[in-house]
Design a protein around this ligand. Structure first.
Ligand code: URA
Ligand code: CA
Length: 436
C-alpha cells in the first residue's frame, strides 16, 4: 500500500476499494503511515467525501483495529447510548439507570470531555470514590450483578479511532459527516452492544449546525449500524440552547439526580424520557417507543431509577450518602446572577456559557489537561420561561481565586431577556434501523 497514492486518489475525487481503506487504517494504527499523511487523507475526505461503501469499509476497519468487547456472557439485549456531544447534556447519567431499572442490561463505556462538550466519565468522577477505570472482567461482572455499569472507555477499543480523532481534532477535520459517522459507529460496534440509541445534536452548539446535515448523519449512522447487525434507534435533537440547566461536572450530576427524582427541568426530563424509552424498546422490554416511554416515566415515579443509580454508584465505590439528601456541589464560592429586567428568556447561548465554565477550569482545552470538577453554573430559568426583574437567573460555582463578580457579568450577557416568548424545539426527527 502506498499512502501517497491513496491521498492523491481521494484528492482527485476517486473511490477507494475496501482493501485500500483497510490497509490505510491498519498502516496508521501500526504506525507505518505517519500522522502527516493521514491528516492529508482526512482533509481530502473533508472536501471530497466518502461513498456509503467507503464509509462502511472505514467503519469496519476501525472497529477491527483492536479487540471487540465480548458481552455475550451477559444475558439479554445489551443497549448502548451515544450522543454526538453537546452542552448541558446529562442524558446518559439519567437514561442508563432508567433503562437498567426496566430490565435492560446497560454496559456503558463513555469518554472524557473535550473542548466545550462534556464527557460522562468526568461527571462520574465528580462523585467521591467513584471508580471509572474498571477492568473488563469487573465491568462485565458488575453488569451481570447489578444490570448496569458506567465506566471509562479503555484505550484498546477501536484504537484507530482514538488516534484518528486526536489527529482530526488538531487538523480541522472533525466536521466531516463520513468521518464522524465512522468514528461513532466503529466504537459502538467494538463496544459489543446489540443495539444503540443515538442522539444526534443539531444547532449552533453542535458539530452539525443544520437540521439537514444532522439528519444525513443520523441516516448514515443508522445504515452503518444496520449493515453491522446492530439495531439503531436515532434522533436528531436540538442544541441551539443548552439541553439541561447545569453546565459543569458536579452540577450536572446534581441535575441528573433531580431528574431521577422527578424534579428536573422540562427540556432535559422530556428528552431523557424519550431516549430512555427508546433504550427500553431497543432492549426489547417494550413493544413501541410510546410504551418504552411510559415505562421510563414509571421507573422515575416508583423511585426504581434512582435506586438503580445509587446501586451503580455504590458498586463502583462511590459515596451515595448525598444522593437524594443534598447536592454534591459545594456552595462555598457560589455567586448568583439576578435578572436585570422582567420578560421572557428569549435566548441562552450554549457555547459561550460552556466556554465560561471551561475558563473557570471546568473543561479541557487539550486531552491531557487537568480539570476542576467542582466548578460550573446552574440556570434557574429555561429558554422561554417568564422571569421577573431581580429574580435569580443563574448561579456560578467557583473557587476562591476566581473573579466571581466579573464572571457573573460575562454570564449575564449570554442570557437574553425580552418581550418575546419564543418556542424552542427539542426533537426534530427519528430513524429506526428496522424501518428500511
Ligand atoms: N464524536 C465522535 O466520537 N467522533 C467524532 O468524529 C465526532 C464526535
Ligand atoms: Ca480542535
Amino acid at each position: 500500500m502506498n499512502a501517497e497514492r491513496l491521498i492523491e486518489k481521494k484528492r482527485d475525487g476517486g473511490v477507494l476499494t475496501d482493501e485500500e481503506i483497510r490497509a490505510l487504517i491498519e498502516g496508521y494504527t501500526a504506525g507505518r503511515v505517519p500522522d502527516y499523511q493521514m491528516a492529508a487523507w482526512c482533509m481530502a475526505v473533508y472536501f471530497k467525501g466518502l461513498t456509503a461503501r467507503e464509509t462502511a469499509a472505514l467503519t469496519r476497519a476501525m472497529a477491527d483495529s483492536g479487540p471487540r468487547a465480548d458481552l455475550s456472557s451477559i444475558p439479554g439485549v445489551k443497549v448502548d447510548k451515544h450522543s454526538t456531544g453537546g452542552v448541558g447534556d446529562t442524558v446518559t447519567l439519567i437514561t442508563a439507570p432508567i433503562a437498567a431499572a426496566a430490565g435492560v442490561p446497560i454496559a456503558k463505556l463513555s469518554g472524557r470531555s473535550l473542548g466545550f462538550t462534556g464527557g460522562t466519565v468526568d461527571k462520574l468522577s465528580a462523585i467521591p470514590g467513584y471508580r471509572t477505570a474498571l477492568s473488563f472482567e469487573e465491568f462485565v461482572g458488575q453488569v451481570r450483578r447489578c444490570g448496569i455499569a458506567m465506566a471509562g472507555q479503555s484505550a484498546d477499543l477501536a484504537p484507530a479511532d482514538a488516534k484518528l480523532y486526536a489527529l482530526r481534532d488538531a487538523t480541522g477535520t472533525v466536521e466531516s459527516l463520513p468521518l464522524i459517522a465512522s468514528s461513532v459507529m466503529s466504537k459502538k460496534i467494538a463496544s459489543g452492544a446489540d443495539a444503540v440509541v443515538l442522539d444526534v445534536k443539531c444547532g449552533r452548539g453542535a458539530f452539525m449546525k443544520e437540521e439537514r446535515q444532522a439528519a444525513a448523519l443520523m441516516e448514515e449512522m443508522t445504515a452503518l449500524g444496520r449493515a453491522a447487525g446492530l439495531r439503531v434507534i436515532a434522533f436528531v435533537t436540538d442544541m441551539n440552547v443548552p439541553l439541561g440547566m447545569a453546565i459543569g461536572n458536579s452540577v450536572e450530576v446534581d441535575e441528573a439526580v433531580e431528574v431521577l427524582m422527578g424534579r428536573g427541568g422540562r427540556r432535559l426530563t422530556t428528552l431523557a424520557l424519550t431516549i430512555a424509552g427508546a433504550m427500553i424498546c431497543a432492549g426489547e422490554k417494550a413493544e413501541t417507543l410510546a410504551e418504552g416511554r411510559s415505562m421510563a416515566e414509571e421507573m422515575i415515579r416508583s423511585g426504581r431509577a434512582l435506586a438503580k443509580f445509587k446501586e451503580c454508584v455504590a458498586a463502583q465505590g462511590g459515596d451515595t450518602s448525598w444522593i437524594g439528601v443534598r447536592p454534591l456541589t459545594e456552595e462555598t464560592y457560589a455567586h448568583t446572577v439576578r435578572a436585570a429586567r422582567s420578560g421572557y428568556v428569549e435566548d441562552i447561548r450554549p457555547v459561550e456559557l460552556a466556554r465560561l465554565v471551561m475558563d473557570m477550569g471546568g473543561g479541557r482545552a487539550t486531552k491531557d489537561d487537568e480539570i476542576d470538577l467542582s466548578v460550573g453554573l446552574r440556570l434557574w430559568k429555561e429558554p422561554g420561561e417568564a422571569v421577573t426583574e431581580g429574580e435569580p437567573l443563574m448561579t456560578l460555582y467557583g473557587r476562591e481565586d476566581l473573579p466571581m463578580e466579573a464572571l457573573g457579568r460575562r454570564a449575564a450577557e449570554m442570557v437574553e431577556i425580552g418581550p418575546e416568548q419564543n418556542v424552542f424545539p427539542l426533537v426534530y426527527r427519528m430513524a429506526d434501523s428496522r424501518d428500511e
